[in-house]
Design a protein around this ligand. Structure first.
Ligand code: AHR
Length: 306
């Protein structure tokens, strides 16, 4: 029993802790906060085995690059990164490779060669966009004008959710017209602002597709302030599955969310431990996403974890 106890507490054969440096994007959404909490909670609950160096880049790629360089200097075992945008990573990833430190891309992709990162853990954003399009079509009876609130320009979550949604609408639902599409940077405040301007310049909007729930929640405020009923006059479909959108759905003010799992902390550290031990990991560890509609909201709300 004693030996087992030692094994359980010991991170690897050498008895050293697994040191992970994680460069987070920032705090733009409830989803992002849930991901950060998942990572930090795992680290604090497993402090005997792992050490986390955490950097909040406040939405800036240059800060993420600085954080990665700092992690390299400190000689961490593994670097984790949620890339704020897709491009511009080649040089710093090459430096990590040179130093023998594997990189785990968490939740968002980077546009680099496969030799420059160990694995991507996260969702299929194109598929999420397609699922959202199908739900929007059902809600609209396949007809009507809609607007799109895009995420951060250049982020894989925004680019792919747009591609998936727009392609599916074009291919399968000719009666639905996307009359305006603009970034709200994944934040509630900008979602509201952009929706206000959409409402001023477009008549007869029947639906909003938002690349995340926070922007949808901002749009709901704008729609109410314009004297219309979100969820009824204007259907709301978004992505993430945060508690706020379930509350809005239960109140009849939103219609559907495509869930994207942010609780990736345990998987991040388990994968990092494998990489440190020299084990192979899949190039894409895919999250499974589900669809939740308004009629399910009240029942599942008490069990939501984020
Ligand atoms: O990369 C995942 C996206 O980033 C989430 O949908 C969004 O809320 C977050 O900011």
């Amino acid at each position: 029993a004693k030996a087992e106890e030692t094994t359980a507490k010991t991170p690897d054969a050498s008895g050293e802790k697994l040191v992970v440096g994680f460069a987070q994007i920032g705090q733009e959404s409830g989803w992002r906060d849930a991901e950060t909490l998942s990572i930090q909670t795992y680290a604090s609950e497993n402090g005997d085995k792992v050490e986390l160096l955490f950097a909040d880049a406040q939405q800036k790629q240059e800060n993420q690059i600085k954080a990665i360089k700092n992690f390299i200097e400190q000689g961490v075992d593994v670097i984790g990164l949620a890339p704020v945008v897709e491009t511009g990573w080649d040089q710093v990833f090459a430096e990590a490779k040179e130093a023998g430190i594997p990189i785990i891309l968490l939740d968002r992709r980077a546009d680099v060669g496969e030799d420059l990162y160990a694995t991507f853990i996260g969702s299929d954003f194109i598929e999420e966009g397609k699922m959202a399009a199908k739900e929007m079509a059902k809600l609209l009876g396949e007809n009507g004008k809609i607007v799109e609130l895009e995420g951060t320009v250049g982020a894989s979550a925004a680019t792919d959710r747009k591609t998936g949604f727009d392609d599916e609408i074009k291919a399968s639902y000719p009666g639905i017209e996307i009359v305006a599409s603009q970034t709200g940077d994944f934040t509630r405040a900008q979602g509201k602002e952009v929706m206000e301007s959409f409402l001023k310049s477009n008549k007869d909007i029947k639906g909003v597709y938002a690349h995340n729930d926070d922007m949808a929640l901002g749009a709901i405020e704008a729609i109410k302030e314009a004297g219309l009923k979100p969820g009824e006059d204007i259907k709301i479909v978004s992505i993430d599955g945060v508690r706020g959108i379930f509350e809005a759905m239960a109140a009849g003010e939103a219609n559907c969310t495509v869930e994207c799992n942010p609780l990736l902390g345990p998987l991040l550290f388990e994968t990092a431990a494998k990489l440190k031990a020299g084990q192979s990991v899949d190039k894409w560890v895919k999250s499974v996403d589900g669809v939740f509609t308004a009629d399910m909201a009240a029942k599942v709300l008490p069990d939501r974890k984020y």
